[in-house]
Design a binder for this molecule. Sequence first.
Ligand code: GLA
Length: 752
Amino acid sequence: MAPQQSNQTKPLQQMHHIPHHLCRVCRCITAAITLATLATIPAMAWHGSIAITTPNTQLLLHADEGGDLLMDYYGPKAATHTELRDAGSALATAALPAFGTVDMVQLPALQVQHPDGDLNLSLYVDEVTTERHLTTITMRDRLQPVSVRLCYKTYPDVDVIETWTEIENGHKRPITLKRYDSGHLALRQGDVWLTHLHGNWAAEAEPTTEPLTRGLKTIRNTDGARNAHLDAPEVMLSLDGRPQENSGRVIGAALCWSGNYELRVNTIARREHHFYAGIDPQSTEYVLEPRRTFATPHLAMVFSTEGMGGVSRAFHRWARTCGQLHRGMRVGDILLNSWEGLYFDINEERMMRMMDDIAGMGGELFVMDDGWFGDKYPRQNDSTSLGDWVVDKRKLPGGIKALTDGARDRGIKFGIWVEPEAVNTRSELFERHPEWVLQARGRDLKLGRGGSQLVLDMTNPKVQDFAFGIVDDLLTRYPEIAYIKWDANASIQNFGSTYLPRDRQQNLYVDYHLGLIKVMQRIREKYPDVVIQDCASGGGRANYGLLPYFDEFWVSDNTDALQRVYIQWGTSYFFPANAMAAHINHCPYWNTGGRTTPIKFRCDVAMSGRLGIELQPKDMTDEERRQCATCFEDYKQLRHTVQTGDLYRLISPYDRKGVAALMYVGQATTAGEAVLFIYKIDNYYDQPIPRFCLAGLNPDATYTLTEKNVRTGQQPCSLSGKCFTGRFLMEVGIEVPLWEDYASRVFHLRCK
Ligand code: GLA
């Protein structure tokens, strides 16, 4: 990772040369000579090569004397600069293409407008520093007082490189950031395929895969407040054709940001594809004040030679061990959430009854969802009360205290739902502070959920204090609250802030999220241990911009077990199991045409994430209760392996083989264990069911299989109790009985 050489002490006279570029179209040398550049040829420019390394991968860059920073290579740790040069394999293309430096064929990753109207940047490398795992490449414009620090951060044990830029305005007047990507990668052109997660509310995270063709492919999100419902801010790029699950070279990239973004892949008449990722600059040409620095969100990148599975495992490990998921290696409790069982219809008696039920089945936590608050405007439905975070005493006469006491008496924990960034027009908060909502000056308000929901202006420090205060107040008054569900159910539909000055309105989309992050940081500083779920109408905020402050996210408002097999599959491309809240649903399920699936199937699907339950337990049959109790008991033995193990996706539900299968291989304290999940998702006569070949095991170890969450009233299948070598399980495989509709099996594997 250390920069390999530097010439900072080089005498001034040796440095005078004219920056030039090799034109790739006609191969002529275009010398960039202007009066200005001649006048500002850097006297002390840095030159040399830079290697950013992880345990198995490297990113190589270099700068020639006085020249621009170039990217040469990203891939396995198998190349030196000399070898790349000798083989003609160095990409030698702009590492951070800036408008004004790159020719017109290549899209810029960076463009600023200086106070005098100049739109160009021409950056030379001034300094390269390495401090532990952080390499900072400081580049300065050859004319204007703007500098850009391109940063790369690595970790000792995971193959993730984070990159971002810090743009410093050295002018005495503001500058405008017209394009400010977090990172850019060049890849050698070839049979490269792009995969990203496309979706919708209640149908999040569907992997969409296509070969890259000439031209520009853009993935973006403009919701304003959430960014993962439609197209998510993560991609995979397979360099070896259609991506494979466990083989082939695949790059994964995740933009760690919760606001609007743009990911672009540009395939031009050259040798490379160019990948760019950053905040979407449309409507956000950010005004940067004098002497201030703007740091872009981090872009996390993985290069794997183990296919998409390798990319996922690296992201999961990074999330859990490098602070990208607040929960880290901790596992989540088994909980009952009141939403789909009661919706807004909560009261003290029903809360107590639900707590009895979850405690009785062996659960550990009860979460009271929406509907508990509002005095002047009681929250009976979604059209009122957001903003009025006082207990509705008509529903809950004993207040929250009675509920936390009730939970304690039953030996479980208590959690509560809030939506701090939102307000309803029918609320006391809106009556007091109409200026706190985002609004377009002089225009009618566009109203969201319930015909009356609006988004609070998180750019305003007073609103930030208010949002912090909601959580702070609850946790100070009721320290027994162990879990908060933080929801966000509205997009930014009214573009305008009464807090931001007129000539800073374009900063809104970005400053909103910077404000939100400030609030989360304050909460985390004061309450590091409370579990906080990141929810946004389901999975709208499943992203690494917010997960450092959250313990988990709500994967989807769709809990139908069959659809969840698909949604959780896609979500697992980037997010680990201990972040994915997966709840057992009720049947018939309203969101998927009244589909009914067996309780065992529903349990088995939810057991592959952070297990919970989302229904009215009093409506459960005895069989359902017994099955849930078995599931909870077994899950307690399996959850460390599931939630912190290495994921191997074995058979994709998208491959139309009638089944889906995945497994987790235990790490650290659960090394030597694994958990296998198999789901039957189609059922036709004479349909061949594949043999299941496992992955990630020690070939020489012998594993005992034990079937878990066995269906109530049945015996474990014949495989249970048998022993096999890892080699047999991976290379030959097992035949698993799956007869009925939605049959499913869970096996615990343990090394002898
Ligand atoms: C959103 C969430 C749900 C639930 C409701 C409450 O839709 O995704 O889980 O909390 O809000 O209004």
